[in-house]
Design a protein around this ligand. Structure first.
Ligand SMILES: [Zn+2]
Length: 229
C-alpha cells in the first residue's frame, strides 16, 4: 500500500495560556486566549503529477512562516525534551534524529530532560488514530505537533514554550519517519507550513530530512542567531 501523496499533518495545540501572577499589588487580568486548532490540510489531488515541477528559489526567511502564537515572543533557545512512556525504541531513535537536525543548526539547543515550568520543553509522544475512508481515498494523518506558549506576567514574568510533537503509529511506515518527526518538531519550535517543497514544513511529506534556507531563516528570526557565550 502506498501512502505517498496522501500524507497529511495536523497542527496541534495552538494554546496560549496566561498564568495569573501570584504576587503583585495590581493583579493582571487572567487573559486566557487559548484555542485548540485541529486542521487537516487539504491534499493537492494533482500532487503525484506535480512533484517534478521546478522548485521556486527561496528569497527570504518568511518563506517558512512562524506559528502565529510564537510571533513576537522572546523564547530561550534551549529546550528540554523527553519521551512519553509508550514511545518505542524505534520511534525514539527517529525523534532523536530529528533533534540532531535542529541542534546542528546552532540556533536552538535541545537537551534531554524535563526542565522547569519556566523553561522550554518538548514532549515527544505517539498515538494511534485510524483515518476514516473518504470514497476511494484515505488521507492519512502521520503526526501532529505544536507550540504551547506559557506567558507569566508580573514581577516574575517569563515566557516559555511547552511544546509537543507526535507520530501516528497506526500507520508506522508512513509516520515513523525522520522527515515526519522533523516536521512535527518544527511545529513544536514554532514553524508553520511552507509552500515550498524543499521545506521540511511542506504540509505533505516529501521525505525532506534537511532544513531549507527558509526553515533556518525563520528559526533565526524566532531564536536569534547563534550565541557565542
Ligand atoms: Zn504540519
Amino acid at each position: 500500500m502506498r501512502y505517498q501523496g496522501w500524507l497529511t499533518w495536523v497542527t496541534l495545540g495552538l494554546a496560549v495560556v496566561f498564568v495569573p501572577m501570584a504576587l503583585d499589588s495590581k493583579p493582571a487580568p487572567i487573559n486566557f486566549t487559548g484555542e485548540i486548532d485541529k486542521v487537516i490540510e487539504k491534499v493537492d489531488p494533482n500532487f503525484k503529477t506535480t512533484t517534478q515541477q521546478t522548485q521556486k528559489s527561496e528569497t527570504s526567511a518568511s518563506d517558512t512562516p512562524i506559528e502565529s502564537i510564537v510571533q513576537n515572543r522572546k523564547l530561550s533557545r534551549t529546550y528540554y525534551y523527553h519521551f512519553d512512556d509508550n514511545v518505542s525504541a524505534g520511534a525514539k531513535a527517529v525523534f532523536e534524529n530529528a533533534v540532531n537536525v535542529y541542534n546542528q543548526t546552532g540556533i536552538v539547543k535541545l537537551v534531554p530532560g524535563t526542565g522547569t515550568d519556566r523553561q522550554n520543553s518538548i514532549t515527544f509522544f505517539v498515538y494511534s488514530k485510524q483515518m476514516p475512508s473518504n470514497g476511494n481515498t484515505t488521507m492519512i494523518e502521520s503526526g501532529h505537533g505544536g507550540p504551547q506558549i506559557i506567558q507569566q506576567t508580573g514581577w516574575n514574568a517569563y515566557t516559555a514554550n511547552h511544546a509537543r510533537a507526535g507520530l501516528n503509529v497506526y500507520y508506522p511506515s508512513a509516520a515513523i519517519r525522520k522527515s515526519v518527526a522533523i516536521h512535527e518538531l518544527g511545529h513544536a519550535l514554532g514553524l508553520d507550513h511552507s509552500h515550498y517543497r524543499n521545506s521540511v514544513m511542506y504540509p505533505v511529506d516529501q521525505g525532506n530530512t534537511q532544513l531549507s534556507s527558509g526553515d533556518i531563516g525563520t528559526l533565526k528570526t524566532i531564536y536569534g542567531t547563534e550565541e557565542t557565550k
